[in-house]
Design a protein around this ligand. Structure first.
Ligand code: NAP
Length: 194
């Protein structure tokens, strides 16, 4: 069974963005050292347009071959005219309002999101599944998350969008690794205790 990994950026106080979800305050921490980490360890989490702009189109996938995001997160790309923000992955967008996919690489999941994710996890693949967010989809899929990679940037937002917006029972995770960066960012990897 392959893993569903919630790979997410947050503040020290655990918010993934301001109350509207805007995470732009975190972008400045993706400096040379941190970018190099993403490029070498999680190249598939860099969006296609960013990779293209940096001449990194051909970076092979390392951890994931599939991405899942909510419609509100996908909307950020659509607003920029980008219909396939992770063209190097199979893309799934959870939505009950998008009736037709804007892109052949994007499959809309409107019904039984948990069931579809279970099917994807049961597929035979050496790669895991990248849960991109946002908060609501992560909340809906909380029970399916096997691993969390939490990029914590050294800022406090005070209020904002939580990592999960849904009732969530107490679930234990095991800390697998921690990596610190010169700019104060910390990446923690947790696996779920089953
Ligand atoms: N810090 C980070 O690393 C990071 C990463 C990703 C996103 N974000 C932020 O997260 C924000 C968006 O988060 P969000 O919580 O507002 O929205 P979201 O989780 O991205 O999307 C919510 C939408 O997903 C659809 N959905 C949710 N559950 C579903 C289900 N069970 N079946 C079918 N569709 C379902 C619904 O779409 P419909 O309304 O179309 O039905 C719902 O409105 C963005 O502003 C983004 O900046 C931050």
């Amino acid at each position: 069974m392959r893993k569903l990994t919630y790979f997410i950026a947050c503040s020290i106080d655990g918010f993934i963005g301001d109350p509207g979800g805007d995470a732009s305050a975190m972008v400045r921490f993706v400096d040379e050292e941190f970018f190099e980490y993403l490029r070498t360890e999680y190249p598939e989490t860099l969006p296609t347009h960013g990779r293209r702009a940096l001449g990194l189109d051909d970076l092979p996938n390392k951890r994931f071959d599939t991405v899942i995001q909510g419609r509100a997160s996908y909307d950020l790309a659509l607003k920029e005219g980008i219909t396939s923000p992770y063209a190097h992955l199979r893309e799934f967008v959870a939505s009950r309002t998008l009736t037709e996919s804007p892109d052949p690489n994007v499959e809309i999941v409107s019904d039984d999101l948990v069931g579809r994710v279970r099917e994807l996890k049961a597929e035979d693949s050496p790669y895991d599944i990248y849960l991109c967010g946002g908060s609501r989809v992560a909340g809906e899929l909380a029970g399916e998350i096997d691993e969390m990679v939490i990029k914590t940037y050294p800022i406090v937002l005070g209020t904002g969008m939580p990592m999960f917006s849904a009732a969530f029972p107490v679930v234990e995770f095991t800390l697998e690794s921690t990596r610190t960066f010169r700019n104060g960012a910390v990446v923690r990897t947790y696996s779920r205790r089953r």
